[in-house]
Design a protein around this ligand. Structure first.
Ligand code: GAF
Length: 390
């Protein structure tokens, strides 16, 4: 995986200096995430268990006198790409295509919240795009902190997360939940974040796989994914229809004990969706319990059960994700699963440190055998959440 020289904050600050001929007023950055378990549960008011990865997006920023936002992003080859400048007053949902929609959406939602500052923004990051590791949310979180910082605005992290969700849903047009931005904003090093989306309660659970001789191997399958396409929204609407039919606010209200009885009352096409969500919530609770008891190896089967459920019931996996999970397990991983929205992106495998090389080789060989693009792998180390770098 490419990691550019220097921290992303340094790269962003240097590029800002080059482009604008002055130092930025500040630099803010936010990480991508891995979700250990709890997939497609967030928009059902359920449980998630993410950690932040070391890969980050940094935004160097300075205020402007007018209400214009300029954005430039730095590529790995050192070149930059500038978006068309936009006036904050003119921002309208659905009108900006491609990556500039993310920072523009944040400026739009902050305007709606009463925080409006024209700004020059320069972005540098190493969260792989389209890899299901939340590169777009890391950009949105860093942008939100930068614009709020320039405006002198104060807001709680949970409010900022909800605003970013609104920007993503209404401005960008991706019907995503709260998992990614909450992870990027609230995760801390050496912990997984146990978030109950219904209550908003978040608990930092210590997570040190290394202490147990284990690693979370992240496998970027290089099969690109996108949440603006219909697969994600279809699943979300199916869940909402099931909750409506049951006369409940969300699928979170269904307990694991009541699952079988509930499924009988639902039309056949909705049953697999409900089964996945209710069982996945239960798997998150069991994972947290095992981690608290220091029984790390025992979470392996829960990860694999999550993958099977996402593949067979929720049907959001794809060949590359299945091959990654199967090859990792066949080579000795204790458990493996796709992460994020699916239809591409990344998987994780829980591996013993001494089996890592074998697992990596097996996944690489399985991909070559199927003529898939070679995967990229790195160890997922729970890292710091978003903040101001300078
Ligand atoms: C994507 C979305 F952005 C999240 O909100 C979440 O629904 C996830 O897919 C699936 O758990 O990352």
């Amino acid at each position: 995986m490419t990691i550019s020289t220097g921290t992303q904050a340094e790269r962003a600050a240097e590029a800002f200096q080059r482009l604008h001929g002055r130092s930025p007023a500040g630099v803010w950055s936010a990480p991508g995430r891995v979700n250990l378990i709890g997939e497609h549960t967030d928009y059902n008011n359920g449980f998630v268990l993410p950690f932040a990865i070391p890969h980050r997006t940094a935004v160097a920023a300075s205020p402007r006198e007018d209400d214009t936002i300029t954005v430039a992003t730095l590529h790995d080859n050192g070149r930059h790409e500038a978006a068309d400048p936009v006036r904050i007053a003119d921002l309208v949902p659905g009108t900006i295509p491609g990556w500039p929609a993310y920072p523009a959406g944040v400026a739009w939602v902050l305007r709606e919240q009463g925080f409006s500052t024209g700004a020059d923004l320069v972005i540098a990051g190493d969260v792989p795009a389209g890899a299901g590791l939340s590169s777009s949310h890391s950009l949105e979180c860093a942008t939100a902190l930068a614009l709020l910082g320039l405006a002198g605005g104060q807001a709680s992290l949970s409010d900022i997360a909800k605003w970013i969700q609104q920007a993503e849903n209404d401005f960008v047009g991706a019907p995503t939940g709260l998992l990614d931005q909450t992870a990027s904003l609230c995760c801390t090093a050496a912990h997984v974040l146990f978030l109950d989306v219904r209550s908003g309660e978040a608990d930092q659970v210590p997570f040190d796989a290394g202490k147990h001789g284990l690693e979370v191997l992240v496998i970027d399958t290089r099969a690109n994914h996108s949440h603006t396409e219909s697969g994600y929204g279809d699943r979300r609407r199916g869940c909402e229809r099931a909750a409506d039919l049951m006369g409940i606010p969300s699928l979170r209200e269904i307990s694991f004990e009541d699952l079988s009885a509930t499924l009988e009352k639902l039309p056949e096409d909705l049953r697999p969706l409900v089964k996945h969500v209710v069982a996945e919530n239960d798997r998150v609770l069991r994972t947290v319990e095992l981690l608290r008891q220091d029984k790390y190896e025992e979470i392996g089967p829960l990860l694999s059960a999550s993958h099977a459920s996402l593949r067979d019931d929720y049907r959001v996996s794809c060949d590359e994700l299945d091959v990654a999970a199967e090859a990792a397990e066949a080579a000795g991983a204790l458990g493996a699963r796709m992460i994020g929205g699916g239809f591409g992106g990344s998987a994780i495998a829980l591996v013993r440190g001494d089996a890592r090389a074998e697992v990596e080789a097996a996944v690489t060989a399985a991909f070559a055998k199927r003529s898939f693009t070679a995967p990229r792998m790195f160890t997922g180390v729970p890292s710091a959440g978003a903040g101001q770098d300078r």
